[in-house]
Design a protein around this ligand. Structure first.
Ligand SMILES: Cc1cc2nc3c(=O)[nH]c(=O)nc-3n(C[C@H](O)[C@H](O)[C@H](O)COP(=O)(O)OP(=O)(O)OC[C@H]3O[C@@H](n4cnc5c(N)ncnc54)[C@H](O)[C@@H]3O)c2cc1C
Length: 442
């Protein structure tokens, strides 16, 4: 009997998984492998919210494999060494893995190549709908501006989604578990975390109304976005399959949704070409960032005195997720109004976000801070204007800031004007943009 290995990374699914399909096509039996990576733990990226969600993803993947006659094989350690050990023990003819994007994933791929040589097969466009580098502007290795990327993306050939396998045969003599411990049993920091896994992700997609997406996606209280981001981050859902489903559905809502998935591909192709953009300014402006630990702490705790900002930060703490509009305005408040280094804000987001993703988080932060791909790097979002546009009745603030739950209507956005002052902080700073303008030397 020939054996191959399907090494799962950020593709924790059975539907539209080219890695698993190719491993199945290559041999009589397959080892579906996930390695709890010591390297990820060492970077600090494995925070409680994402680790708890990951445990759900792995349990669901194992259940899905078992319903097809297989099972998930778990190991803990260094990915390349563990995979090579298993390949030697099973005499695997090939090891299949999805191409990664971050510097970490690129180093992991090199280590796998070194350990496995010609037996390694790397599959493109598993984590994104279009592979990074599949379209490039003349003479460059990636697109730095979204609109031309969107045009090229639309014109490009994309792979068709593949079906989930009906049966998976795993060699009987491979032990399932991790020596010294099974699935990570982690208590999440956020009580309102969603359930991890492909089943939960597919159920969410089926229950969600894509048709209304364009109308409602910026309405903070309406909460009408897909909330699929954690499932996309861990690959419980395939971006290529979601694009195909949305394109088949058609209409303005589906089109607007696909556009957001293209933003995801866009950031991934930037990071694949410039892995240093995870930490270094993509377009430096010689910012002389303000430093103030007390201001940073107030922002993290949702106690800036600006209710719309505080509501977003408290949603993040409670759910491990934040609405995109709230991410934009809380990040802008940190990086432009307080003019604190975007890296501090991005790190706080990554410490809690269940969808926390190096490409999407760091490059969206850079976009907001004006050090990234935004073609208008000096734009500043005024939190009061944002509040009036995207939470006109104040319901989002009342939901997340209980100290203000009794304040009716839009008055909740300016508690400092109320005749009876609630037990809520005064604004941390004024809304003038002096610090940003001076620091950037405009
Ligand atoms: C400062 C900041 C930090 C962010 N950090 C992350 C992060 O760590 N992980 C993450 O997945 N997204 C991040 N985003 C992008 C976006 O806010 C989330 O993807 C979105 O809010 C997730 O909710 P949803 O699934 O309901 O999105 P929907 O509106 O339903 O969009 C569908 C999908 O499109 C993708 N998408 C949407 N907007 C963006 C965007 N601006 N950039 C890239 N992809 C996008 C996501 O995969 C999302 O699930 C960040 C945005 C900002 C402004």
């Amino acid at each position: 009997m020939s054996v191959s290995i399907a090494l799962f990374t950020q593709d924790l699914r059975l539907h539209d998984n080219p890695v698993l399909r190719a491993a199945l096509a290559d041999a009589d039996e397959v080892v579906p492998l996930f390695v709890l990576d010591d390297g990820v733990a060492a970077t600090g990226f494995a925070v409680p919210n994402r680790s708890a969600f990951l445990a759900g993803c792995l349990a669901d993947l194992d259940a899905g494999l078992r319903s097809r006659g297989g099972r998930l094989v778990l190991r803990r350690g260094a990915v390349a060494a563990e995979t090579a050990r298993l390949a030697a023990a099973t005499g695997a003819v090939s090891v299949h893995v999805a191409a990664g994007v971050s510097g970490f994933a690129q180093r992991r791929e090199s280590a796998l190549r070194e350990a496995l040589g010609g037996r390694l097969r790397v599959h493109d466009a598993v984590l994104t709908a279009l592979a990074p580098g599949a379209v490039t502007p003349a003479g460059k290795d990636h697109y730095a501006v979204f609109t031309p990327y969107l045009r090229a993306w639309r014109a490009a050939q994309r792979r068709h989604p593949v079906a989930a396998p009906r049966a998976v045969r795993v060699p009987a003599d491979v032990p399932d578990g991790v020596p010294g411990g099974a699935l990570p049993d982690v208590r999440p920091d956020s009580p309102g975390l969603p359930a991890g896994g492909e089943s939960a992700g597919r159920a969410r997609w089926s229950a969600w109304q894509v048709d209304r997406y364009e109308e409602v996606h910026d309405d903070l209280e309406g909460d009408g976005t897909s909330r699929l981001s954690p499932y996309l981050h861990f690959g419980c859902l395939s971006a290529a399959e979601l694009v195909a489903l949305a394109e088949r559905r058609g209409g303005p809502g589906a089109e607007a949704f696909v556009r957001q998935l293209v933003w995801r591909d866009f950031h991934h192709q930037v990071l694949a070409a410039r892995p240093d953009a995870a930490h270094a300014d993509y377009r430096p402006h010689d910012d002389r960032w303000h430093r103030d630990e007390a201001e940073l702490a107030a922002w993290k705790a949702g106690r800036t005195g600006y209710p719309i900002v505080d509501a977003g930060m408290r949603q993040l703490a409670h759910e491990g997720w934040m609405h995109n509009r709230a991410r934009l305005l809380t990040a802008c408040f940190l990086a432009k109004t307080l003019y604190l280094d975007w890296r501090a804000g991005a790190a706080h987001f990554l410490s809690l976000l269940v969808d926390g993703d190096v490409a999407n988080n760091q490059l969206n932060w850079q976009w907001v801070a004006g050090t990234g791909t935004d073609t208008r790097p000096n734009r500043v979002l005024n939190p009061l204007t944002q509040a009036k546009r995207f939470d006109p009745d104040g319901a989002y603030v009342r939901r997340w800031v209980p100290e203000l739950a009794h304040v009716p209507g839009a008055a909740v956005h300016q508690p400092w004007l109320l005749a009876e002052r609630p037990d809520y902080p005064a604004p941390l700073v004024g809304l003038d943009t002096g610090r940003f303008q001076q620091g950037r030397g405009r």
